[in-house]
Each structure stands twice: as structure tokens, then as C-alpha cells.
Ligand binder design. Structure first.
Ligand code: G3P
Length: 217
């Protein structure tokens, strides 16, 4: 499973990158706004900065909701850097646009996916990635990880090539459960990635080893 970081914060991207396990970045308009990035020029520049920091794919989201607007915006985003992936919402014109991008060799991430039916449509349109929002499904008292398992099963049975990118990750446990359920990619906040490091027995064991090591020096 690949690890993406779900942020537009450069310091957090750098920290995950320095850990040596980062395969890419996902952003969305809310994450860009959180960093105070304002204006088209600044937004475009920020995407290029992120692309220059990491080796993998970087998802940049369109804000148009009509076919022509999505295509125009997506073309501009894709022209910024070869590793930009155009993030498109799961709406009717979004599906049409994903099909167009697929035919024109532009990578896509179909976002705001909450059902297996939507995931099938994204795959049929040829999306590179499909992004089911695990945490937001859990927020509504449904099971987000179950959706990952259902999509993984369907994609495997139907030989769909679209990669399942588990998004809206809220914890280290979500990451483990998504790996078990067959996600190809998990896009996570830095805290959830760092949460994977934690185990009290590791800390206790290390303290003991370091204590005993003193006897050998
Ligand atoms: O990748 C989508 C993600 O950023 C949404 O996360 O926590 O706002 O549901 P969240």
C-alpha cells in the first residue's frame, strides 16, 4: 500500500518525506484554504512547490462543476507538472470529464466517493484513483472501512485498474484497517502516520536495552 499525505502544509509534507515512506500528496480546496493560500497564481505556485518536494503523484482539485470548466481547469493543472493528478468530484459532469482526461492521458483522482456504485462509475470512466471518504462515512454511523473492502472486491472481480485511495483518514487504526481491506493507497494526516510508530512496549523495551547497554560499555 502506498502512503500519501493529505495536506497542503509544506512542513508536514517535508516531515513525512524525510521519514522515507511518502509516495505522494493529496490536497483539496479546504486544505489549501487552511494554509492561507489565496489567488490562482499562489495556488498554482503552491502545487509546483509540492511537486518539487516529493517524488510521487500530487492531487490538485478542480473547483468547476460543469464539463467545460472542469476540462479547462484540469488541463491547466496538468500542465503545471508531470506528476499532477487532476482531482474531480463524483458528479455527472465529473464522470464525463474523467473519461475525457483518461482519453487524453491525464491522470485523475475521483473524489467525494461514498458508495460502491460511485466507485464503479469512476472505474468505468478510467479514473487513476478513486477516493472513498472513510472518516466522513464513519461520522454518519456507517462503516468506511467496509466500503474499501467492498470496492476492493468489486475491482478485483471485474479487473478494474483504478487504484483505491482511502481518504478522510482520521487515525492510525484507519490506516491498518484500510491496508487489511485492500486499499492501494492511504492518504493520511501526518498525525495518523506518526501514530503508526507508537507502542508502549517499544518505549519500555528500548529503555531497558539502553540501560543494559551501559553495562557493556
Ligand atoms: O482527502 C479528503 C480528506 O481531506 C477529507 O478529510 O477529514 O475533511 O473528512 P476530512
Amino acid at each position: 500500500m502506498k502512503f500519501f499525505i493529505d495536506t497542503a502544509n509544506l512542513a508536514q509534507i517535508q516531515e513525512a518525506h524525510d521519514l522515507g515512506i511518502l509516495d505522494g500528496v493529496t490536497t483539496n480546496p479546504s486544505l489549501m484554504a487552511k494554509e492561507g493560500i489565496k489567488g490562482e497564481e499562489a495556488i498554482m505556485k503552491h502545487y509546483v512547490t509540492i511537486c518539487d518536494m516529493v517524488k510521487g503523484d500530487v492531487s490538485a482539485e478542480v473547483i468547476s462543476t460543469d464539463f467545460d470548466g472542469i476540462i479547462e481547469e484540469g488541463k491547466k493543472l496538468a500542465a503545471l507538472h508531470p506528476r499532477i493528478v487532476v482531482k474531480v468530484p463524483m458528479i455527472k459532469d465529473g464522470v464525463k470529464a474523467i473519461k475525457w482526461f483518461t482519453e487524453n492521458k491525464i491522470k485523475t483522482n475521483c473524489t467525494l466517493v461514498f458508495s460502491a456504485g460511485q466507485a464503479i462509475l469512476a472505474a468505468k470512466a478510467g479514473a487513476t484513483y478513486v477516493s472513498p471518504f472513510i472518516g466522513r462515512i464513519d461520522d454518519s454511523a456507517w462503516d468506511g472501512v467496509d466500503l474499501i473492502a467492498q470496492i476492493a472486491n468489486i475491482y478485483s472481480l471485474q479487473s478494474f485498474k483504478t487504484e483505491i485511495l482511502a481518504a478522510s483518514i482520521r487515525s492510525a487504526l484507519h490506516i491498518v484497517k484500510c491496508a487489511e481491506a485492500g486499499a492501494d493507497v492511504c492518504t493520511c494526516p501526518l498525525d495518523s502516520i506518526l501514530g503508526l510508530l507508537k507502542h508502549p512496549l517499544t518505549d519500555i523495551g528500548l529503555a531497558k536495552f539502553l540501560e543494559d547497554a551501559k553495562k557493556t560499555r
